[in-house]
Design a protein around this ligand. Structure first.
Ligand code: GRF
Length: 217
């Protein structure tokens, strides 16, 4: 197998999506390795999971920097120190500057707990219930300067049922997140998907990959 892409994961909390990526990277022939986990919060539970998996961790608190540019420059230093090739945001709760997103354009992805472009921002499950949609889900997308605006790489839909609360719906969506994030990262890492002129391009063989169309629940 060719060399695996070096992936850094950015988190702020629990890190269950990060864990899904770490577990996927243990599979032989997975095209990416997790080379570091970076958090803006020292109390992020995911840091312990990463350390337990012998993955280097770093903390850079936004509170220690005068502005977003300085904070993002510090993040960039850490990423470069790990020779990062791909950045995976996984519950990273800071907005990134346009300079940072431009630097990593096409090489930085995020998982959002809604079927974008519906329900951007926070409290997506409350938003979905309030809107009365019957299908909700999650999206892995390239990160661009606009929040939750980058083009979608992969999506999974889950049903909304009558008895759902934000918590029950969140749990159903989270399972789908854990399923598609490793698949989307693999697709980016092995070159099946790329960002070209602001659009997601799939290689011809990917067009037959049902993961891009309708990931199984
Ligand atoms: C996930 O729902 C993700 O989609 C969103 O933030 C949450 C992070 O959860 N961006 P976890 O830290 O991965 O468990």
């Amino acid at each position: 197998m060719t060399t695996r892409k070096r992936v850094a994961v950015l988190i702020s909390g629990r890190g269950s999506n990060m864990t899904a990526l770490i577990e996927a990277a243990k599979i032989p022939n997975y095209p990416a390795e997790i080379v570091g986990v970076l958090s803006n919060r020292s109390d992020a539970v995911g840091l312990e999971t990463a350390a337990a998996n012998s993955i280097p961790t770093a903390v850079r608190s936004h509170r220690d920097f005068p502005d977003r540019n300085a904070f993002d420059a510090a993040l960039d230093d850490v990423l470069r120190g790990w020779n990062t090739e791909i950045v995976a945001l996984a519950g990273f709760m800071r907005l990134l500057t346009p300079q940072f997103t431009e630097r990593w354009l096409g090489r930085m992805i995020n998982i959002h707990p809604a079927l974008l472009p519906s329900f951007k921002g926070l409290h997506t499950h409350e938003q979905a219930l309030a809107a009365g949609v019957h299908l909700h889900g999650c999206t892995v997308h390239f990160v661009t300067p606009g929040m939750d605006e980058g083009p979608a790489i992969m999506q999974a839909a889950v049903p909304v049922v009558q008895s759902d609360t934000p918590d029950t719906l969140a749990a159903r969506v989270l399972k789908a997140e854990h399923r598609i994030y490793p698949r989307a990262l693999a697709a980016l890492a092995d070159g099946r998907v790329s960002l070209v002129d602001g659009r997601v391009m799939l290689t011809p063989d990917s067009l037959n990959d049902e993961a891009f169309v309708w990931p199984k629940l």
